[in-house]
Design a protein around this ligand. Sequence first.
Ligand code: FES
Length: 159
Amino acid sequence: MSEKTNSENLRKNIRDSISNQKRKTVTVLSSLLAVQDKLHYIPDEAVEEISIHCKVTINDVWSVASFYTNFRFTPPGDKTLDVCWGPSCHINGAQNLINQAHEQLGIKGEGESDDNKVTLRYSTCLGACAQSPVFAIDHKMYGKLDEKKLNSMIEELKK
Ligand code: FES
């Protein structure tokens, strides 16, 4: 697919998610949320399309988008690995597992692996402390983790 077609498809996806919102009042914020729900990030094209749809300036859209830390502006990895470093997980060895995840993914903190297959995010508690240490892949929890289990989880993610 050509770059032009990709860009047209992206804009069509964005316009669809903005105009298909099932709410009475469509705002810049609701449109940003709709785009992020669909694409999992806010590309520059979305800022332009939202500004056109909501009849506001691009700066107005950026001021809302940049206020909320939940919006991301680069594409996430294909899968998301949430690693918990909350108190229960910490006590039960999460730090070693987090170090192992960094090493296996070749990254130093939160972010995407070089091949963009995995996004690693830190969590302060995944809500399953009794199962600590806990990590999650695309919101599916894996508890009572050890180095061996984590190793196979990450190797699977990298495929
Ligand atoms: S502290 Fe890790 S799940 Fe609660």
